[in-house]
Design a protein around this ligand. Structure first.
Ligand SMILES: Nc1ncnc2c1ncn2[C@@H]1O[C@H](COP(=O)(O)OP(=O)(O)OP(=O)(O)O)[C@@H](O)[C@H]1O
Length: 597
């Protein structure tokens, strides 16, 4: 189980983010070591400048001179060699820490992205119906990517600032304790200021991320519905809608930009006070002859080196705040616990008969009135059951209950005598093949789409099911046959072609239960006849449930159930229902042209 799941939901997002780094502990230690080493070598140049001044001012008495190089010319050569070595090592460790931290950022991001996607994918369908796809995409995409920017630089910056403060602070305290405190004085104020800014920025960045998600949501929606926009000529309306959301996003950023941009200039003022203090007081001391010129120049440079990186703390905190706003959103998503209780009873798809029994089933969605009210019915195994009823009667909802996309609100549904809630979810999925109203094809070839979910299928098996679904002929006539790309959502194919590919896909699964929800809703008579022919063939020996508005599709079903406002109004064969003269008979008259509409 990923570590974050065991952590308290109240944990700071940073702690939870760090938990993603735990598997890479070794790499984190090395990366930190490289950051420290790079900083140590990076802090050396002021000492080298101090040594150079020392050589030219003190000559034979310089520090390097006392180390056994009496000639100032030799001393300069030694200093040159040491300088070259230090710079080479600094560059080398810079390369290493960059590589390590940036790869760690990628590893963390990669793990977080995969975990979040896996988690989201397991949430129940109802969750997605209440949310915008764009909002989720913005969390899985933007928010996860946002972390990279912080992890690339943030950790290294914090380590290097700490090393700087420690090394230079110690240097001051050892070499000039009476003025060293001046350089250190601004630090508590800088840290307090950073914390204050951080608090102020938190709500701002949270709102920025929310607005970003709204814009994304609308963009995804609009691009998905581009054909509708064009056909209704609503381009201007949509331009205004996107412009409005984009404006909100810009405004949310505006406040944050004002605040975060003020940080560095304010910190600089604090730094200035420390710098001027050292400049004047250490200068006076040097003039009095109480301090070496070399040490004075070293202290001036070093003060600069001590305080200047602190301005970067502003950027680091800024990145940190953005990253935390994103982390909170990701963690909220990971904390979502919306899935149906999982059953653990195995269900062998090769041994089930496919008999469904509904007992006093009530169902309603989270929002809205009851959809099914006390539905009791039997779907016999190995037979074809047609389900008809007015639009909104609850037919598709019934299918969603049979496939356990949702659970009943009350009552029970059994499959082969056992409540479907007891079965393992994945077994239930394998037991039923669903051809739904909205066929979804993935970008890829026709063959890929038929084999979706049955990835081991051979080319022969794919062709075989395509023949059964009456799809083989049209697929062969496509430019690249089975290898033709279908376009995003299968938009390069007609509605009827998509339907038949979807039937072939369900058949390849070879499920004991086949459910077709309005499989003939968007096809012409010829295609309907083709689908019907294939239905006769493929329904042999398996429980087949067919929802149809066109009664001709289910005319030959073994039983027909007529739903009316969430209840079972009629039940029988086509002949029986015609003779009964009820709802079905009325619909049949209208559809077969026997009655005036
Ligand atoms: N996800 C949902 N959330 C809330 N209400 C829903 C949801 N899906 C469907 N409904 C409502 O449930 C009722 C039954 O819908 P359902 O799709 O089951 O009807 P149907 O008989 O299949 O209709 P159609 O023949 O038009 O497909 C409708 O009133 C519909 O508005």
């Amino acid at each position: 189980m990923p570590l974050f799941l065991t952590m308290s939901k109240q944990s700071h997002p940073l702690i939870r983010l760090l938990s993603y780094l735990t598997p890479f502990r070794g790499k984190v230690v090395l990366a930190s070591l490289f950051s420290v080493l790079n900083k140590l070598f990076d802090l050396a140049p002021p000492a080298l400048i101090g040594a150079a001044v020392d050589i030219v001012v003190q000559g034979k008495n310089s520090l390097i001179g006392r180390l056994g190089f009496p000639e100032p010319g030799d001393q300069l050569l030694v200093l040159g060699g040491v300088t070259a070595l230090i710079w080479i090592l600094e560059s080398f460790f810079e390369y290493l820490f960059q590589v390590y931290w940036r790869n760690l950022a990628q590893l963390t991001q990669d793990r977080l992205r995969k975990d979040t996607y896996r988690h989201v994918q397991n949430l129940e369908l109802a969750y997605f119906e209440d949310r915008s796809t764009g909002g989720l995409i913005s969390i899985l995409g933007d928010d996860v990517n946002q972390l990279e920017r912080f992890l690339d630089h943030g950790a290294n910056d914090l380590i290097q600032v700490a090393v700087t403060v420690l090394v230079i602070g110690s240097l001051f305290m050892v070499s000039a304790p009476e003025i060293g405190w001046m350089a250190l004085l601004p630090m508590p104020f800088i840290i307090a200021g950073s914390v204050w800014f951080q608090k102020k920025l938190t709500p701002g960045y949270a709102s920025v991320r929310e607005q970003a998600a709204s814009v994304n949501g609308q963009l995804v929606n609009n691009l998905g519905g581009i054909a509708t926009i064009k056909s209704f000529g609503t381009e201007e309306y949509e331009n205004r809608r996107i412009a409005g959301l984009s404006e909100h996003y810009r405004k949310a950023n505006e406040g944050v930009i004002k605040l975060s941009s003020a940080f560095v200039p304010l910190i600089r003022m604090l730094i200035l006070s420390g710098f001027i203090g050292i400049l004047i007081f250490a200068g006076l001391k040097t003039l009095r002859g109480d301090m070496e010129v070399g040490l004075y120049s070293l202290l001036i440079f070093v003060t600069q080196r001590l305080l200047w990186p602190l301005t970067r703390l502003g950027q680091t905190f800024d990145l940190f705040q953005r990253a935390m706003a994103s982390t909170r959103r990701i963690m909220n998503l990971l904390d979502t616990r919306e899935h149906l209780p999982r059953g653990d009873k195995p269900l062998d798809k090769y041994s089930i008969t496919g008999a469904y029994n509904l007992k006093d089933v009530h169902f309603q969605y989270r929002s809205g009135p009851p959809v099914l009210r006390g539905l009791s019915l039997t779907i016999p195994p190995g037979k074809t059951t047609g389900i008809v009823g007015a639009t909104g009667a609850g037919k598709s909802s019934l299918i969603k209950l049979l496939t356990r996309f949702y659970d009943v609100t009350a009552g029970s549904i059994t499959l082969d005598g056992i409540d479907i809630r007891e079965y393992r979810n994945e077994d239930l999925v394998h037991a039923a093949g669903l051809v739904s109203q909205d066929v979804f094809l993935f970008h890829g070839s026709v063959a890929d789409n038929i084999a979706y979910g049955s990835f081991q299928a051979t080319a022969d098996q794919i062709i075989q099911v395509a023949k059964h679904a009456e799809a083989h002929e049209f697929i062969r006539s496509l430019p690249q046959g089975y290898e033709t790309l279908v376009g995003e959502r299968g938009q390069k194919l007609s509605g009827g072609q998509r339907q038949r590919i979807s039937i072939a896909r369900a058949l390849l699964k070879n499920p004991p239960v086949l459910i077709l929800d309005e499989a003939t809703s968007s096809v012409d008579n010829e295609t309907e006849a083709a689908i019907q022919r294939s239905l006769l063939h493929i329904s042999q020996g398996r429980t087949t449930i067919v929802i149809a508005h066109r009664l001709s599709t289910i005319r030959h079903a073994d039983q027909i159930l007529v739903l009316d406002a969430g209840t079972l109004a009629e039940r029988g064969t086509h002949q029986e229902l015609i003779q009964a003269g009820g709802i079905y008979a009325g619909l049949w008259k209208v559809q077969s042209g026997l009655a005036v509409q």
